[in-house]
Design a protein around this ligand. Structure first.
Ligand code: HEM
Length: 392
Protein backbone atom coordinates (compact mmCIF):
# COMPACT_ATOMS: atom_id res chain seq x y z
CA UNK A 1 0.00 0.00 0.00
CA UNK A 2 1.40 3.40 -0.89
CA UNK A 3 1.29 5.96 1.89
CA UNK A 4 0.88 9.60 0.77
CA UNK A 5 3.18 12.28 2.11
CA UNK A 6 1.40 14.89 4.18
CA UNK A 7 3.10 18.17 4.94
CA UNK A 8 0.67 20.07 7.16
CA UNK A 9 2.78 23.24 7.35
CA UNK A 10 0.60 26.27 6.65
CA UNK A 11 -2.44 24.16 5.78
CA UNK A 12 -5.96 24.28 7.16
CA UNK A 13 -6.28 20.87 8.90
CA UNK A 14 -9.84 20.05 7.86
CA UNK A 15 -9.68 20.66 4.11
CA UNK A 16 -6.11 19.31 4.01
CA UNK A 17 -7.20 15.88 5.26
CA UNK A 18 -10.66 15.51 3.68
CA UNK A 19 -9.28 14.37 0.31
CA UNK A 20 -6.30 12.53 1.69
CA UNK A 21 -8.51 10.34 3.90
CA UNK A 22 -10.62 9.16 0.95
CA UNK A 23 -7.70 7.20 -0.49
CA UNK A 24 -5.57 6.39 2.51
CA UNK A 25 -6.05 5.46 6.17
CA UNK A 26 -2.54 6.70 6.93
CA UNK A 27 -0.25 9.42 5.64
CA UNK A 28 3.34 10.29 6.49
CA UNK A 29 4.84 13.68 7.29
CA UNK A 30 8.17 14.62 5.67
CA UNK A 31 9.92 13.79 8.97
CA UNK A 32 8.43 10.27 8.94
CA UNK A 33 5.58 10.62 11.47
CA UNK A 34 2.64 8.31 10.64
CA UNK A 35 -0.61 10.31 10.54
CA UNK A 36 -3.77 8.39 11.45
CA UNK A 37 -6.61 9.77 9.31
CA UNK A 38 -9.44 7.30 9.88
CA UNK A 39 -11.64 6.32 12.81
CA UNK A 40 -10.99 2.55 13.15
CA UNK A 41 -7.22 2.98 13.23
CA UNK A 42 -7.54 5.87 15.70
CA UNK A 43 -9.48 3.65 18.11
CA UNK A 44 -6.80 0.93 17.73
CA UNK A 45 -4.00 3.42 18.53
CA UNK A 46 -5.71 5.34 21.35
CA UNK A 47 -6.95 2.22 23.13
CA UNK A 48 -3.66 0.29 22.97
CA UNK A 49 -1.47 2.50 25.16
CA UNK A 50 1.09 -0.29 25.66
CA UNK A 51 2.00 -0.38 21.98
CA UNK A 52 1.38 3.32 21.36
CA UNK A 53 3.13 5.14 24.19
CA UNK A 54 2.41 8.77 25.09
CA UNK A 55 6.02 9.37 26.22
CA UNK A 56 6.75 11.54 23.19
CA UNK A 57 8.20 14.68 24.73
CA UNK A 58 11.50 15.39 26.42
CA UNK A 59 9.58 17.68 28.79
CA UNK A 60 7.62 16.42 31.80
CA UNK A 61 3.93 16.27 30.80
CA UNK A 62 1.56 15.16 33.54
CA UNK A 63 -0.58 13.20 32.81
CA UNK A 64 -0.39 13.53 28.99
CA UNK A 65 3.14 12.17 28.57
CA UNK A 66 2.91 9.33 31.10
CA UNK A 67 2.18 5.65 30.52
CA UNK A 68 1.05 2.59 32.46
CA UNK A 69 0.70 2.46 36.25
CA UNK A 70 2.09 5.96 36.83
CA UNK A 71 -0.39 7.46 34.38
CA UNK A 72 -3.29 5.46 35.86
CA UNK A 73 -2.40 6.53 39.43
CA UNK A 74 -2.26 10.21 38.54
CA UNK A 75 -5.52 10.02 36.57
CA UNK A 76 -7.22 8.23 39.47
CA UNK A 77 -6.11 11.01 41.83
CA UNK A 78 -6.89 13.97 39.55
CA UNK A 79 -10.08 12.88 37.71
CA UNK A 80 -12.21 13.70 40.80
CA UNK A 81 -11.41 17.39 40.21
CA UNK A 82 -13.91 17.11 37.32
CA UNK A 83 -16.52 15.05 39.22
CA UNK A 84 -20.23 15.94 38.82
CA UNK A 85 -20.39 17.58 42.27
CA UNK A 86 -17.41 19.81 41.37
CA UNK A 87 -19.13 20.79 38.12
CA UNK A 88 -22.39 21.48 40.00
CA UNK A 89 -20.47 23.77 42.38
CA UNK A 90 -18.89 25.60 39.46
CA UNK A 91 -22.03 25.94 37.30
CA UNK A 92 -23.50 29.08 38.98
CA UNK A 93 -20.04 30.73 39.06
CA UNK A 94 -19.64 30.17 35.31
CA UNK A 95 -23.18 31.40 34.68
CA UNK A 96 -22.43 34.70 36.47
CA UNK A 97 -19.23 35.12 34.46
CA UNK A 98 -21.09 34.44 31.20
CA UNK A 99 -23.93 36.85 32.06
CA UNK A 100 -21.46 39.64 32.90
CA UNK A 101 -19.36 39.10 29.79
CA UNK A 102 -22.42 39.04 27.53
CA UNK A 103 -23.74 42.22 29.21
CA UNK A 104 -20.38 43.98 28.66
CA UNK A 105 -20.43 42.97 25.02
CA UNK A 106 -24.09 43.84 24.41
CA UNK A 107 -23.49 47.35 25.82
CA UNK A 108 -21.64 48.17 22.59
CA UNK A 109 -24.18 46.46 20.30
CA UNK A 110 -26.67 48.71 18.50
CA UNK A 111 -30.30 47.69 17.74
CA UNK A 112 -29.36 46.75 14.15
CA UNK A 113 -26.57 44.49 15.33
CA UNK A 114 -22.79 44.67 15.66
CA UNK A 115 -20.04 42.41 14.38
CA UNK A 116 -17.78 40.72 16.95
CA UNK A 117 -15.02 38.13 16.74
CA UNK A 118 -16.38 35.11 18.61
CA UNK A 119 -12.86 33.83 19.37
CA UNK A 120 -11.21 36.98 20.75
CA UNK A 121 -14.18 38.91 22.16
CA UNK A 122 -16.08 35.97 23.65
CA UNK A 123 -14.23 32.65 23.77
CA UNK A 124 -10.81 33.83 24.96
CA UNK A 125 -12.15 36.21 27.62
CA UNK A 126 -14.69 33.68 28.92
CA UNK A 127 -12.06 30.93 29.01
CA UNK A 128 -9.65 33.03 31.10
CA UNK A 129 -12.33 34.24 33.52
CA UNK A 130 -13.84 30.75 33.89
CA UNK A 131 -10.44 29.22 34.39
CA UNK A 132 -9.24 31.67 37.03
CA UNK A 133 -12.56 31.35 38.91
CA UNK A 134 -12.41 27.53 38.79
CA UNK A 135 -8.84 27.30 40.05
CA UNK A 136 -9.13 30.21 42.51
CA UNK A 137 -6.51 32.33 40.72
CA UNK A 138 -6.44 36.13 41.18
CA UNK A 139 -8.62 38.07 38.73
CA UNK A 140 -5.69 40.45 38.11
CA UNK A 141 -4.06 37.67 36.09
CA UNK A 142 -6.64 38.15 33.30
CA UNK A 143 -4.61 40.56 31.09
CA UNK A 144 -1.44 38.52 31.53
CA UNK A 145 -3.20 35.26 30.67
CA UNK A 146 -4.90 36.80 27.63
CA UNK A 147 -1.54 38.13 26.46
CA UNK A 148 0.01 34.71 27.06
CA UNK A 149 -2.73 33.07 24.96
CA UNK A 150 -1.90 35.31 21.99
CA UNK A 151 1.83 34.63 22.37
CA UNK A 152 1.28 30.89 22.80
CA UNK A 153 -0.90 30.77 19.73
CA UNK A 154 1.66 32.62 17.61
CA UNK A 155 4.48 30.41 18.89
CA UNK A 156 2.55 27.21 18.01
CA UNK A 157 1.78 28.53 14.54
CA UNK A 158 5.45 29.38 13.99
CA UNK A 159 6.60 25.83 14.78
CA UNK A 160 9.73 27.44 16.28
CA UNK A 161 10.94 25.31 19.21
CA UNK A 162 12.78 28.18 20.92
CA UNK A 163 9.62 30.29 20.88
CA UNK A 164 7.38 27.50 22.19
CA UNK A 165 9.89 26.78 24.96
CA UNK A 166 10.00 30.46 25.96
CA UNK A 167 6.20 30.61 26.01
CA UNK A 168 6.02 27.46 28.16
CA UNK A 169 8.53 28.98 30.57
CA UNK A 170 6.51 32.19 30.80
CA UNK A 171 3.47 30.13 31.71
CA UNK A 172 5.37 28.22 34.38
CA UNK A 173 6.39 31.53 35.92
CA UNK A 174 2.72 32.58 36.06
CA UNK A 175 1.75 29.28 37.70
CA UNK A 176 4.59 29.42 40.23
CA UNK A 177 3.48 32.95 41.21
CA UNK A 178 0.07 31.48 42.06
CA UNK A 179 1.55 28.54 43.99
CA UNK A 180 4.15 30.44 46.04
CA UNK A 181 1.80 32.24 48.49
CA UNK A 182 -0.17 29.03 49.05
CA UNK A 183 2.75 27.35 50.82
CA UNK A 184 2.04 29.65 53.80
CA UNK A 185 -0.76 29.06 56.32
CA UNK A 186 -4.24 30.27 55.37
CA UNK A 187 -4.15 29.21 51.71
CA UNK A 188 -7.62 29.47 50.14
CA UNK A 189 -9.62 26.23 49.83
CA UNK A 190 -9.82 25.77 46.07
CA UNK A 191 -8.73 23.22 43.43
CA UNK A 192 -5.20 24.71 43.23
CA UNK A 193 -4.59 24.24 46.96
CA UNK A 194 -6.29 20.80 46.82
CA UNK A 195 -3.85 19.78 44.10
CA UNK A 196 -0.90 20.91 46.22
CA UNK A 197 -2.16 18.72 49.09
CA UNK A 198 -3.05 15.73 46.95
CA UNK A 199 -1.63 12.30 47.80
CA UNK A 200 -1.21 10.08 44.76
CA UNK A 201 -1.36 6.28 45.08
CA UNK A 202 2.32 5.73 44.15
CA UNK A 203 5.14 4.72 46.53
CA UNK A 204 7.50 7.47 47.66
CA UNK A 205 11.03 6.26 46.75
CA UNK A 206 12.44 8.14 49.76
CA UNK A 207 10.02 6.47 52.24
CA UNK A 208 10.42 2.66 52.36
CA UNK A 209 7.11 0.80 52.45
CA UNK A 210 5.03 3.89 51.53
CA UNK A 211 2.01 3.47 49.25
CA UNK A 212 1.32 7.11 48.47
CA UNK A 213 3.18 10.38 48.09
CA UNK A 214 2.43 14.07 47.48
CA UNK A 215 2.91 15.50 44.00
CA UNK A 216 6.28 17.15 43.34
CA UNK A 217 6.16 20.88 42.54
CA UNK A 218 7.14 20.26 38.90
CA UNK A 219 4.29 17.73 38.60
CA UNK A 220 1.79 20.27 40.01
CA UNK A 221 3.03 22.90 37.56
CA UNK A 222 2.75 20.44 34.67
CA UNK A 223 -0.79 19.37 35.63
CA UNK A 224 -1.89 23.00 35.89
CA UNK A 225 -0.20 23.75 32.57
CA UNK A 226 -2.12 20.94 30.91
CA UNK A 227 -5.42 21.86 32.52
CA UNK A 228 -5.11 25.50 31.58
CA UNK A 229 -3.55 24.76 28.18
CA UNK A 230 -6.47 22.39 27.47
CA UNK A 231 -8.94 24.91 28.74
CA UNK A 232 -7.84 28.31 27.50
CA UNK A 233 -6.88 27.71 23.88
CA UNK A 234 -9.46 25.00 23.21
CA UNK A 235 -12.44 26.82 24.71
CA UNK A 236 -11.63 29.96 22.72
CA UNK A 237 -11.36 27.99 19.47
CA UNK A 238 -14.45 25.90 20.22
CA UNK A 239 -16.45 29.11 20.80
CA UNK A 240 -15.46 30.29 17.32
CA UNK A 241 -16.45 26.99 15.69
CA UNK A 242 -19.78 26.87 17.52
CA UNK A 243 -20.88 30.44 16.86
CA UNK A 244 -19.83 30.33 13.19
CA UNK A 245 -21.95 27.17 12.79
CA UNK A 246 -24.92 28.43 14.83
CA UNK A 247 -24.99 31.77 12.98
CA UNK A 248 -25.71 29.75 9.84
CA UNK A 249 -28.26 27.40 11.45
CA UNK A 250 -30.87 29.44 13.39
CA UNK A 251 -33.02 26.37 14.15
CA UNK A 252 -30.04 24.70 15.85
CA UNK A 253 -29.29 27.91 17.77
CA UNK A 254 -32.91 27.89 19.00
CA UNK A 255 -32.49 24.29 20.22
CA UNK A 256 -29.29 25.21 22.10
CA UNK A 257 -31.11 28.18 23.68
CA UNK A 258 -34.49 26.58 24.48
CA UNK A 259 -33.77 22.85 24.76
CA UNK A 260 -32.43 21.01 27.80
CA UNK A 261 -28.77 21.40 28.82
CA UNK A 262 -28.26 17.81 27.70
CA UNK A 263 -29.58 18.60 24.22
CA UNK A 264 -27.40 21.71 24.04
CA UNK A 265 -24.37 19.63 25.07
CA UNK A 266 -25.11 17.01 22.41
CA UNK A 267 -25.34 19.71 19.71
CA UNK A 268 -22.06 21.24 20.93
CA UNK A 269 -20.32 17.83 20.70
CA UNK A 270 -21.67 17.27 17.20
CA UNK A 271 -20.67 20.70 15.86
CA UNK A 272 -17.16 20.17 17.27
CA UNK A 273 -17.01 16.75 15.59
CA UNK A 274 -17.74 18.36 12.22
CA UNK A 275 -15.04 21.01 12.70
CA UNK A 276 -12.74 19.77 15.48
CA UNK A 277 -10.29 22.55 16.42
CA UNK A 278 -8.27 20.28 18.77
CA UNK A 279 -6.36 18.74 15.89
CA UNK A 280 -3.91 16.12 17.08
CA UNK A 281 -2.01 14.18 19.73
CA UNK A 282 1.14 12.15 19.40
CA UNK A 283 2.30 8.63 20.27
CA UNK A 284 5.47 6.56 19.80
CA UNK A 285 5.43 2.81 19.11
CA UNK A 286 7.04 0.58 21.74
CA UNK A 287 7.18 -2.56 19.52
CA UNK A 288 6.53 -3.51 15.89
CA UNK A 289 2.82 -3.28 15.05
CA UNK A 290 0.48 -3.58 12.05
CA UNK A 291 -1.79 -0.60 11.50
CA UNK A 292 -4.15 -0.46 8.50
CA UNK A 293 -2.15 -3.33 6.96
CA UNK A 294 1.06 -1.35 7.30
CA UNK A 295 4.05 -2.74 9.23
CA UNK A 296 5.30 -0.08 11.62
CA UNK A 297 8.59 -0.61 13.47
CA UNK A 298 9.26 0.09 17.17
CA UNK A 299 10.22 3.68 17.98
CA UNK A 300 8.16 5.26 15.18
CA UNK A 301 6.19 8.46 15.73
CA UNK A 302 2.42 8.36 15.23
CA UNK A 303 -0.03 11.27 15.14
CA UNK A 304 -3.74 10.91 15.89
CA UNK A 305 -5.37 13.48 13.59
CA UNK A 306 -8.65 13.99 15.47
CA UNK A 307 -9.99 16.56 12.98
CA UNK A 308 -9.80 14.01 10.17
CA UNK A 309 -10.78 11.01 12.31
CA UNK A 310 -14.01 12.75 13.37
CA UNK A 311 -15.00 13.24 9.72
CA UNK A 312 -14.31 9.68 8.54
CA UNK A 313 -17.03 8.85 5.98
CA UNK A 314 -16.81 5.16 6.91
CA UNK A 315 -18.38 6.05 10.27
CA UNK A 316 -20.12 9.40 9.67
CA UNK A 317 -21.70 8.84 6.26
CA UNK A 318 -22.06 12.56 5.53
CA UNK A 319 -19.47 14.17 7.82
CA UNK A 320 -21.12 17.61 7.52
CA UNK A 321 -24.65 16.45 8.43
CA UNK A 322 -25.62 17.46 11.98
CA UNK A 323 -26.87 14.28 13.70
CA UNK A 324 -26.11 14.61 17.43
CA UNK A 325 -27.85 11.41 18.55
CA UNK A 326 -26.77 9.16 15.71
CA UNK A 327 -23.12 10.21 15.95
CA UNK A 328 -22.64 10.55 19.70
CA UNK A 329 -21.29 7.05 20.32
CA UNK A 330 -18.59 7.38 17.65
CA UNK A 331 -17.64 10.99 18.41
CA UNK A 332 -13.92 11.19 19.26
CA UNK A 333 -13.58 14.94 19.90
CA UNK A 334 -12.42 14.14 23.45
CA UNK A 335 -10.41 11.06 22.48
CA UNK A 336 -10.77 7.51 23.79
CA UNK A 337 -8.75 5.01 25.83
CA UNK A 338 -6.70 5.72 28.96
CA UNK A 339 -5.81 9.27 27.86
CA UNK A 340 -9.42 10.28 27.14
CA UNK A 341 -9.94 13.94 28.07
CA UNK A 342 -10.62 14.34 31.79
CA UNK A 343 -11.86 17.90 31.17
CA UNK A 344 -14.78 16.95 28.92
CA UNK A 345 -17.52 17.77 31.45
CA UNK A 346 -15.89 21.09 32.30
CA UNK A 347 -15.46 22.01 28.63
CA UNK A 348 -19.09 21.14 27.88
CA UNK A 349 -20.36 23.05 30.91
CA UNK A 350 -18.34 26.13 29.92
CA UNK A 351 -19.41 26.05 26.28
CA UNK A 352 -23.09 25.36 26.95
CA UNK A 353 -23.24 28.07 29.63
CA UNK A 354 -21.66 30.71 27.41
CA UNK A 355 -23.83 29.85 24.39
CA UNK A 356 -27.09 29.79 26.33
CA UNK A 357 -26.44 33.09 28.09
CA UNK A 358 -25.50 34.73 24.80
CA UNK A 359 -28.40 33.27 22.80
CA UNK A 360 -30.86 34.31 25.52
CA UNK A 361 -30.19 37.98 24.72
CA UNK A 362 -28.89 37.98 21.14
CA UNK A 363 -29.60 36.40 17.80
CA UNK A 364 -26.39 35.45 16.02
CA UNK A 365 -26.11 36.06 12.26
CA UNK A 366 -23.34 35.51 9.74
CA UNK A 367 -21.13 38.57 9.24
CA UNK A 368 -20.24 40.10 5.89
CA UNK A 369 -16.55 39.96 6.82
CA UNK A 370 -15.31 36.50 5.89
CA UNK A 371 -13.86 34.41 8.71
CA UNK A 372 -10.25 33.31 8.67
CA UNK A 373 -9.51 29.61 9.07
CA UNK A 374 -6.77 28.43 11.42
CA UNK A 375 -3.74 26.58 10.16
CA UNK A 376 -1.92 23.56 11.65
CA UNK A 377 -1.26 22.73 14.44
CA UNK A 378 -4.65 24.09 15.47
CA UNK A 379 -7.98 24.06 13.66
CA UNK A 380 -11.28 25.90 13.57
CA UNK A 381 -11.32 29.68 13.06
CA UNK A 382 -8.56 32.20 13.79
CA UNK A 383 -11.15 34.96 13.38
CA UNK A 384 -14.82 34.09 13.65
CA UNK A 385 -16.84 37.23 12.84
CA UNK A 386 -20.54 37.01 13.69
CA UNK A 387 -23.22 39.71 14.02
CA UNK A 388 -25.01 39.95 17.36
CA UNK A 389 -28.52 41.44 17.20
CA UNK A 390 -30.33 42.13 20.49
CA UNK A 391 -33.42 39.92 20.86
CA UNK A 392 -36.68 41.86 21.10
C1 HEM B 1 -12.41 22.43 25.00
C2 HEM B 1 -12.35 21.35 24.41
C3 HEM B 1 -11.40 20.22 24.65
C4 HEM B 1 -11.10 19.28 23.72
C5 HEM B 1 -11.61 19.22 22.29
C6 HEM B 1 -10.18 18.34 24.35
C7 HEM B 1 -9.70 17.22 23.72
C8 HEM B 1 -8.85 16.30 24.29
C9 HEM B 1 -8.39 15.07 23.67
C10 HEM B 1 -8.74 14.62 22.25
C11 HEM B 1 -7.57 14.42 24.55
C12 HEM B 1 -6.90 13.06 24.32
C13 HEM B 1 -5.40 13.18 24.25
C14 HEM B 1 -4.70 11.91 23.84
O1 HEM B 1 -5.32 10.89 23.53
O2 HEM B 1 -3.44 11.94 23.83
C15 HEM B 1 -7.49 15.25 25.73
C16 HEM B 1 -6.73 14.98 26.82
C17 HEM B 1 -6.61 15.82 27.88
N1 HEM B 1 -7.38 16.95 28.14
FE1 HEM B 1 -8.75 17.77 26.95
N2 HEM B 1 -9.95 18.73 25.63
C18 HEM B 1 -10.68 19.88 25.87
C19 HEM B 1 -10.76 20.57 27.05
C20 HEM B 1 -10.04 20.25 28.16
C21 HEM B 1 -10.16 20.93 29.43
C22 HEM B 1 -11.17 22.03 29.75
C23 HEM B 1 -9.23 20.35 30.25
C24 HEM B 1 -8.91 20.64 31.70
C25 HEM B 1 -9.24 21.73 32.33
C26 HEM B 1 -8.54 19.32 29.51
C27 HEM B 1 -7.49 18.55 30.00
C28 HEM B 1 -6.95 17.46 29.33
C29 HEM B 1 -5.86 16.66 29.89
C30 HEM B 1 -5.12 16.87 31.20
C31 HEM B 1 -5.65 15.61 28.96
C32 HEM B 1 -4.61 14.50 29.06
C33 HEM B 1 -5.22 13.27 29.65
C34 HEM B 1 -4.24 12.11 29.74
O3 HEM B 1 -3.21 12.11 29.07
O4 HEM B 1 -4.54 11.17 30.50
N3 HEM B 1 -9.07 19.27 28.25
N4 HEM B 1 -8.30 16.38 25.56
Amino acid sequence: MSVPTFDATGLEPRSATDELRADAPLARTPDGTWVVLRHAEAVQVAEDAQTFSSAVSRFLQVPNGLDGAEHAAIRAATDPFFAPEEMARLAPVLRTIAVELVEELMDSVGPAGTEVDAVAALGAVFAVRGQTAWLGWPEELEPELLDWMVENHEASRSGDLARTTAVAERFDTIIRSVLAPRHAAGAPEDPTTALMRLEIPLPDPSVPGSTSRPLREEEIVSILRNWTGGDLGSIALCTGVLLMALSRAPELAARVRDGSEAEAGAIVDELLRIDDPFVSNRRVTTCPVTLAGQEIAAGERVMLHWTSINRDERVFEDPDAVAPEANAAQNLVYGTGPHVCPGRELATLELVTLLRELLAVADVHPAETPGEREIAPVGGWAHAPVVLVPRG
